[in-house]
Design a protein around this ligand. Structure first.
Ligand code: DON
Length: 309
């Protein structure tokens, strides 16, 4: 991406303009009632380069829950708190054609760390004396990666999901019954849902993407924040499994390792180049932001961000 700032800005503005064709398509997630308490047509976008330059558009003040993007943090922490081989003995690494909250892709293990069953598994491997300490660690990990000290638990979103999370409860009990973890499933579930309810803005999300694009090296503090082998595993899994049962098609069309959340956010990682974040709450039937996906596709072409070409 050897462009100057004005040219990047112009290309992004053009791409955002083109993505307006997708405004109004799809619906915001309704199964977590609190997620409907936002304007479905909210829009924010951020690109942060590995040199720390940032480009921000739309409602950059909007704070939204990261939802399944927390699965990236859960996986990073499971892999740094444990030996990666221990993690991958409890969770698979293959994409699945089933929806993110399905019980079907749990054979001996959950199919991958980015479906709910897989993230509940990785959450169970995060170290701490109790849930409070573990959640504080998760929050601080995100604050550090995203350079966003304001990251916090969105209590309303958390309580709203806890009231409606029967499917995840079934998954947590099922995993326990299979001996994948031995903690109280209710506690593991609570921690998983809390991580989903972390509030962020768009620049923070893109900044986390940029850290991963930079192999885990924090340019501000000049130190490795995440070990490179962990980054390599996490970014590969974003490429293969980050967009649920749409991951193959998305990789083929967009070519950017990404992770979505049902709040309508997507984080993208272009290794060596930049991190991307988009927020646009209307979703397709697989749970991915429609306008967000289309914007990444256009930018991938216009800024040459596809990792394969
Ligand atoms: O567990 C859930 O269902 C939500 N907290 C997160 C799901 C999610 O974000 C799926 N994403 N596209």
């Amino acid at each position: 991406m050897l462009y100057n700032r004005d040219l990047i800005n112009e290309k992004i503005l053009n791409a955002i303009e083109k993505s307006k064709d997708y405004i109004g398509l799809g619906e915001a997630a309704a199964y977590i009632p609190e997620l409907l308490n936002v304007d479905s047509d909210n829009f924010a976008f951020s690109l942060v380069t590995t040199n720390g330059e940032s480009f921000n558009y739309g409602d950059t003040e909007a704070v939204f829950s990261i939802q399944s993007i927390s699965k990236v943090i859960d996986l990073i922490m499971a892999l740094t708190d444990n030996n990666p081989s221990e993690v991958y003995a409890k969770v698979g690494s293959e994409p699945t054609k089933y929806e993110f909250n399905s019980l079907v892709p749990i054979g001996d293990t959950a199919a991958n760390p980015f479906i709910n069953a897989g993230a509940i598994t990785t959450t169970s491997m995060i170290v701490g004396k109790d849930n409070d300490e573990k959640f504080e660690r998760i929050l601080n990990t995100y604050r550090g990666m995203a350079k966003y000290p304001d990251a916090h638990l969105m209590e309303d979103v958390f309580h709203s999901e806890m009231k409606t999370t029967d499917r995840n409860k079934a998954i947590a009990y099922y995993l326990k019954s299979k001996g994948i973890f031995d903690q109280n499933p209710e506690e593991v579930l609570e921690l998983y849902v809390k991580a989903c309810s972390i509030g962020t803005n768009i620049t923070a999300l893109a900044t986390m993407g940029a850290l991963l694009a930079n192999k885990g090296y924090d340019i501000e503090d000049r130190r490795m924040l995440i070990p490179e082998p962990v980054v390599q595993l996490v970014v590969s899994q974003m490429a293969s499994c980050g967009m649920y049962e749409n991951s193959g098609n998305y990789l083929m069309n967009v070519g950017i390792p990404s992770k979505s959340g049902v709040s309508g956010a997507i984080v993208g990682v272009v290794p060596g180049v930049c991190g991307l974040g988009v927020y646009s709450p209307r979703l397709d039937k697989t749970g991915n932001s429609i306008r967000g996906k289309e914007l990444f596709k256009i930018l991938s072409q216009d800024l040459g961000l596809n990792i394969f070409v």
